[in-house]
Design a protein around this ligand. Structure first.
Ligand code: ASP
Length: 337
């Protein structure tokens, strides 16, 4: 049976003409998409909507909430959703949507391109076709995912790894959900459909991600605490290590704990995750209250924090929920509780 898909445009290079996002006329843009990609009609019954047309660097949490609300509102009407999105913040939106749309039983696939659809040598057409093919699979892939190049990646595991290459995304700690080559090869770890879609939530935006540098003085971090910051993602070294000598980070962690401010510990490494208990610095971070994010990406850690704080979670709830799997965002590492 022909599947029904909703193709939603939010912006990015795919729909750009020239270098800047321009206001799009829904009718004209829809017919442009169909003119450049007539194959879409053979894949599924595709409806087209423009939510907004932004360079994704300009995207705010409110717009990501709008995307989630739109999927919610149209959920019963379609078999799958494809979202055209700029690449710059696609990994953040994908993670946020994965968390906001917990309990999903249908595919929600974000895609975009490095070159506009209207260019002769463009990755837009192939990405769009593959995203729609995957969203219309007979056995649904019930996840928020990113399709780019040749791979479908779990949204809350994705990170942008290249500024110019056509395979711009990776999910370092999670194999692709599917490879699209001669055939569509599906991974065995695709999640089972959820029973009920979670009620819509909101995204907090007073969240800061800080990357530790050798020599970084705690006073710069302490300065943050005089601002209305609600949560911090600390990108630590290696397995979740922080300096304990020279210029220690402990004063900042203690001050954050005293204010009940969640500090989530991630790693600067692309592969693997934090196991802070293995080194003195990491152990100290844990005893001062830092929350270990396992092998979550910084994007996913920040967006999970945004959803939790959007629901007014306190630090203990944040700690508890970071140990709980919401959408396949982390692997429980050997030795971890
Ligand atoms: N600046 C663009 C965006 O993120 C880049 C792209 O779409 O590839 O919207």
């Amino acid at each position: 049976m022909t599947k029904k898909l909703l193709l939603m445009h939010t912006g990015g290079t795919l729909g750009m003409t020239g270098n800047r996002p321009t206001p799009l006329q829904p009718e004209a843009y829809a017919s442009t998409v169909h003119r450049f990609v007539p194959e879409l009609r053979t894949i599924a019954d595709v409806d087209f909507e423009i939510l907004f047309n932004l360079d994704s660097s300009d995207l705010q949490p409110e717009q990501v909430e709008q995307i989630a609300a739109h999927v919610h509102a149209r959920y019963r009407d379609y078999d799958g959703f494809v979202i055209i999105h700029g690449t710059d913040t696609m990994a953040y939106s994908a993670a946020a949507l994965a968390f906001l749309l917990r309990g999903l039983a249908k595919p929600v696939i974000l895609t975009g391109s490095q070159r506009p659809l209207s260019e002769v040598r463009s990755d837009a057409k192939s990405n769009l076709i593959a995203a729609c093919v995957l969203a219309a699979e007979t056995v649904p892939i019930p996840e928020v995912a990113v399709f780019f190049g040749t791979v479908l990646l779990r949204g809350c595991r994705t990170t942008k790894v290249h500024t110019v290459h056509l395979d711009a995304f990776a999910s370092p700690n999670c194999p692709p959900l599917a490879h699209v080559g001669l055939d569509v090869e599906r991974g065995t770890h695709i999640r089972s459909p959820g029973a009920v879609l979670a009620p819509l939530g909101t995204l907090a935006h007073d969240i800061v991600a800080m990357r530790l540098l050798p020599g970084l003085d705690s006073k710069h971090l302490l300065g943050l605490l005089s601002q209305p910051v609600r949560g911090i993602v600390l990108e630590a070294f290696g397995l979740g290590n922080i300096p304990v000598r020279g210029r220690p980070i402990e004063p900042f962690l203690r001050a954050a704990a005293a204010r009940n401010l969640p500090v989530v510990l991630t790693t600067q490494c692309l592969f693997g995750g934090v196991r802070p208990e293995l080194y003195e610095g990491g152990r100290l971070a844990l005893t001062t209250g830092a929350i270990a994010a396992g092998d979550m990406t910084v994007e996913a850690a920040a967006m999970k924090l945004a959803v939790l704080l959007g629901a007014e979670a306190d630090v203990n709830t944040v700690r508890r929920e970071f140990a709980v799997d919401w959408a396949g965002e982390r692997t429980h590492l050997p030795g971890e509780a």
